[in-house]
Design a protein around this ligand. Structure first.
Ligand code: PEP
Ligand code: MN
Length: 339
């Protein structure tokens, strides 16, 4: 490869001539939803899945306001090991249950190669967080996961490094990669990160991959989310991923940056005006039929499928506990024989 050849070949545009937006290759998420098509899409929901009621309330509001995907972290990458780490498996089951209630596809983070198969069973889009952008074994595993990947730019990553990370997923067999600009670390301390607006047109021009923006983690402050979202859509982003919480002040993670429902409604209105000004529209959610549910003992509504999944998980856990008990017994027997 010569010095001037692009380092990334699979994500690169075959040509940079012409309208960059027209040559973005849309990524299909469900039979009725693509990201990177003509319309702007919005994913929104809480930073972390904290419980059933707050997740369902968030999903219903996001959907009513025009959001098409539900976000929510079950596995949370936290800077401090003492901070809330997410509900894990329980969070995944709650996401699945709320999807059955609302018909909203789910985007949620996967942090570890060992979680990929399980998270891919539940999620419609697998999110790679900024802290994991260069976790190469994880990226390679996601190449084989069979679900679209939302790849967030690392806080200190160059655009070329983001594209090489995308290349790992694509080269391992998965073309469905969506890039996400979520702010980078600069010398500025007033904002959590600095939203790199330039990255949007650069990524759109250099690759065929859809580009979305996370204005929540970029600014780290609820009051900055609207202006950053408007700027992102004006600059040509294919969509947004936004944090919304029924009561942000009580959120177990990222309380400062999550929007109230009313603020989210305002944001959706604002971006629809900017989308129209750039000859686009915000994609409307397709209403889905409500699936009949069975109430569980903890008050959460679960369908047959989710309940089956929960029961299987429980059965696996019981099996693991029994195996552990057997192993302990075997060790004890060994100790008695040796004595
Ligand atoms: C998130 O979206 O929940 C998140 C942790 O974001 P980031 O990886 O961009 O910090
Ligand atoms: Mn967050």
């Amino acid at each position: 490869m010569s010095q001037s050849a692009p380092e990334y070949t699979l994500a690169a545009h075959p040509t940079t001539v012409g309208d960059a937006r027209a040559s973005t290759k849309p990524v299909r998420v469900t039979p009725t939803l693509v990201i990177g098509g003509h319309d702007v899409i919005v994913a929104a929901g809480p930073c972390s899945v904290e419980g059933y009621d707050m997740l369902l309330a968030s999903a219903r509001h996001v959907q009513a306001a025009g959001g098409t995907l539900l976000r929510g972290g079950a596995f949370k990458p936290r800077t401090s090991p003492y901070a809330f780490q997410g509900l894990g498996e329980e969070g995944l089951l709650l996401l699945a249950s709320v999807r059955e209630q609302t018909g909203m596809p789910i985007v949620t983070e996967v942090m570890d190669t060992r979680q990929v198969a399980r998270v891919a069973q539940i999620a419609d889009v697998l999110q790679v967080g900024a802290r994991n952008m260069q976790n190469f074994p994880l990226l390679a595993e996601l190449g084989r996961a069979g679900k679209p990947v939302l790849l967030k730019r690392g806080a200190s990553a160059r655009i070329s490094e983001l594209l090489l990370a995308a290349e790992y997923v694509i080269a391992n067999g998965n073309e469905r990669v969506i890039l996400c600009e979520r702010g980078i670390r600069t010398f500025e301390t007033i904002t959590r990160n600095t939203l790199d607006i330039s990255a949007i047109p650069v990524l759109k021009a250099e690759t065929h991959l859809p580009v979305i923006v996370d204005p929540s983690h970029a600014g780290g402050r609820a009051d900055l989310v609207l202006p950053l979202a408007l700027a992102a859509i004006a600059a040509g982003a294919d969509g947004l991923i936004v944090e919304v919480h029924p009561d942000p002040s009580t959120a177990r993670s990222d309380a400062d940056q999550q929007l109230t429902f009313a603020q989210f409604t305002d944001l959706m209105h604002g971006i629809s005006l900017i989308a129209a000004a750039t000859n686009r529209a915000v994609r409307k959610p397709i209403p889905s039929p409500v699936v009949p549910n069975i109430a569980t003992s903890d008050g959460a509504a679960m369908s047959h499928d989710t309940r089956r999944l929960a029961e299987e998980t429980l059965a696996e856990e019981t099996l693991a506990e029994e195996t552990l008990a057997e192993e302990t017994l075997a060790e004890e027997t060994l100790a008695v024989v040796a004595a």
